[in-house]
Design a protein around this ligand. Structure first.
Ligand code: ADP
Ligand code: ADP
Ligand code: MG
Length: 636
């Protein structure tokens, strides 16, 4: 076994790897950017090396600096985590050329699976079922349109170099093909520097079921499947293992196909073979097709660890150190059921915009496994993925695991930044999800019901008011024996203003009046009926949903000017296109600037007709939320 390994990553996955390494007695070296000097993964590691400025191209993607850091600290092996350099074969070669071990597959295996078209051809050859379609080199639009017609609509256009759901277009009819093709090619060119696409049959009622594999370079085993059908825009939201409705026959067929895929490329380490499955009439041995292989540890690996009892990172280290596969196929068994939910700093009602901010409070219940890279007091910076934590639960069967998922999400508290927690809670209570009657379209089909802001109840406003006023009976603060004290507080929440009045009835009892309704709150068990906390100018109440109230200073209220003349960045991101120039006349709704933030593009548009006085950003520039993007000349 290694004495020291370096983890070429950050956030939850770096912390996750450090935990196992430490338990195995292996020393760990972290790397970090300027933005991460105080980050949890740096604090957890035995040693840490500074890489450079915050942008990933100057820090976490600098393979040369990372290898140098390994040399400097005596690390013998490098764990890449996921994302960043984890699927970069040139990095693997550089690591090996430096005499170090890459904890993962060979450069050759990564290259074999790197492009979706080549991977599909290889898999078809190895006898793995692939999605029917065209994955050849010819890219002429008329030729591709003919292939699409042959395959039969609906079809999916995919970037061969794609990932994270980018460069993918669903086409329902021949008349829409050309337009979607050029859009997909353009997106692929920008995102991956490679415009090539393939055409696939779009599987109806699709479910995403993937198989965890593990190889030693020659032989491979599988650790069963994960169902990742709960997706939003092709990105996973809640994952589970095993897949609902899985039969022994289908599991054996998918497992064998995945092992064949891994062995065909001499796979070493942890990998995932993703299949698209026709879920229309139950799972069938002839109803699953290879989509792609991810040649790394997957974000959702904890559900597999939960049902198999295997520590996949321990296996990665052991196999990379030259040991045999720690178990044979017959040793591996499924016990119970597990779910994982991905908790993100994002503004769901605003369209799932990535959010930033200081986490003032962070608390999780004991009943879940928490994989997190942040603590209370940490910033969610604009530079990286806004994931806060993965919440994983496990139970003897799907029903009990789902109950635990709901309870764990209900008792997850984050204050200081908006999160997707309420969206996750609603999703965990969805009837279709509970009945396992779902496909990848479930979240889209539910629409606003899952993503709308939930208004606070009168009780939640009352608790917010008392918390904002700082009233607690211990010590007897603000309470007078002679007369009931009264406060009026102004609070803003989700675009509404509340002006509740508080009256003390006793040190541990108060009456809150909101409009004409009264509510009496009693102090019990350290709260006024619901957990709540005041942080800076805000109060966050953890009720049926999480509500953050801004405490309004009534005098300051009217000074904020009503805009219309300026366009601000709604979130931190990278300016990928500037479509207009200063002095240009625009019409309300015209595209001004395209902003890219966390795998998504956002078009910023003109708020009204007018002439642009200023365009304050340039292509390639990083902007913070609230930065000025453009200004219109004042209206005459
Ligand atoms: P997965 O199939 O592992 O669940 P995702 O859809 O979550 O993948 O992510 C898509 C891509 O983004 C993958 O290449 C993954 O490695 C990368 N990625 C996802 N989450 C993070 C993160 N927190 N930090 C860095 N890269 C990430
Ligand atoms: P990425 O590299 O972006 O992860 P994938 O090829 O894995 O791309 O596809 C991402 C998601 O798109 C899948 O999880 C699935 O929901 C959907 N998808 C992909 N291929 C098909 C298909 N042929 N039919 C239906 N849905 C598909
Ligand atoms: Mg995928």
């Amino acid at each position: 076994m290694f004495d020291t390994i370096l983890i070429a990553n950050r956030g939850e996955i770096a912390c996750r790897v450090i935990k196992t390494a430490r338990a195995m007695g292996v020393r760990t070296v972290a790397v970090y950017s300027d933005a991460d000097a105080q980050a949890l993964h740096v604090a957890m590691a035995d040693e840490a090396v500074h890489l450079g400025p915050a942008p990933v191209a100057e820090s976490y993607l600098r393979g040369d600096l990372i290898i140098e850091a390994a040399r400097l600290t005596g690390a013998e092996a490098i764990h890449p985590g996921y994302g960043f350099l984890s699927e970069n074969p040139d990095f693997v070669e550089a690591v090996e050329a430096a005499g170090l071990v890459f904890i993962g597959p060979s450069a050759k295996a990564i290259r074999a699976m790197g492009l979706k078209d080549a991977a599909k051809a290889l898999m078809a050859e190895a006898g793995v079922p692939v999605v029917p379609g065209y994955h050849g080199a010819e890219q002429d639009p008329a030729f591709l349109a003919d292939r699409a017609a042959e395959i039969g609509y609906p079809v999916l256009i995919k970037a061969v170099a794609g990932g994270g759901g980018k460069g993918m277009r669903l086409v329902e009819a021949a008349s829409d093909f050309e337009e979607n093709l050029s859009a997909a090619q353009a997106e692929a060119k920008t995102a991956f520097g490679n415009p090539a696409v393939l055409i696939e049959k779009y599987i109806q009622s699709p479910r995403h079921i993937e198989v965890q594999v593990f190889g030693d370079g020659t032989q491979a085993v599988h650790l069963f499947e994960r169902d990742c059908s709960l997706q939003r825009r092709h990105q996973k939201v809640i994952e589970e293992a095993p897949a609902p409705g899985m039969t022994d026959a289908v599991r054996a067929a998918m497992g064998e196909a995945a092992v064949r895929a891994a062995e065909a490329i001499g796979y070493a380490g942890a990998g995932t073979v993703e299949f698209i499955v026709d879920g229309a009439n139950g799972l069938r041995t002839d109803g699953f097709w290879f989509m792609e292989m991810n040649t790394r540890l997957q974000v959702e690996h904890p559900v597999t660890e939960a049902i198999t009892g295997v520590d996949l990172v321990e296996w990665q280290l052991r196999v990379a150190a030259g040991e045999d596969l720690p178990a044979s196929q017959d040793d591996l068994k499924i016990t119970g059921h597990a779910f994982e939910a991905r908790l993100y700093a994002e503004d769901v009602p605003a369209g799932f915009l990535p959010a930033t901010g200081r986490i003032d409070h962070l608390s999780f219940p004991d009943l879940a496994r928490i994989d997190s890279g942040v603590r209370a007091g940490d910033e969610i910076s604009p530079w990286y993925d806004p994931m806060i934590a993965k919440v994983t639960v496990q139970g003897p069967d799907r029903g009990s695991a789902l109950r635990k998922l709901r309870a764990a999400l209900d008792r997850t508290e984050v204050a200081g930044t908006v999160t997707n927690i309420d969206f996750l809670r609603k999703l965990a209570r969805d009837d279709g999800f509970a009945a396992a009657a779902f496909d990848t379209g479930l979240i889209a089909a539910r629409g606003a019901g899952l993503s709308n802001a939930v208004l606070p109840t009168a009780r939640e406003v009352a608790v917010a008011a008392v918390t904002a006023a700082g009233i607690t009976p211990e010590p007897l603060q603000g309470f007078s024996l002679w007369a009931p004290l009264r406060w009026r507080i102004t609070l803003d929440c989700a675009g509404r203003t509340y002006a509740p009045q508080i009256e003390m009835l006793a040190p541990d009892r108060c009456r809150v009046t909101l409009e004409d309704a009264h509510d009496t709150l009693a102090w019990w068990g350290g709260t006024w009926g619901l957990p709540a906390l005041r942080h800076g100018g805000y109060v966050t109440v953890f009720g049926a949903a999480t509500h953050s109230f801004a405490i309004v200073d009534p005098l300051a209220r009217d000074t904020a000017a009503e805009g219309g003349d300026t366009v601000m960045a709604p979130m931190p991101g990278l300016v990928t296109a500037v479509v207009v120039k200063a002095g240009q006349a625009v019409t309300a709704g015209d595209r001004l600037v395209v902003l890219e933030a966390m795998k998504m593009e956002h078009v910023l548009r003109a708020p009204r007709d007018g002439v642009l006085a200023e365009v304050a950003v340039a292509q390639g520039q990083q902007v913070a939320a609230g930065d000025l993007v453009a200004a219109l000349e004042p209206e005459a």
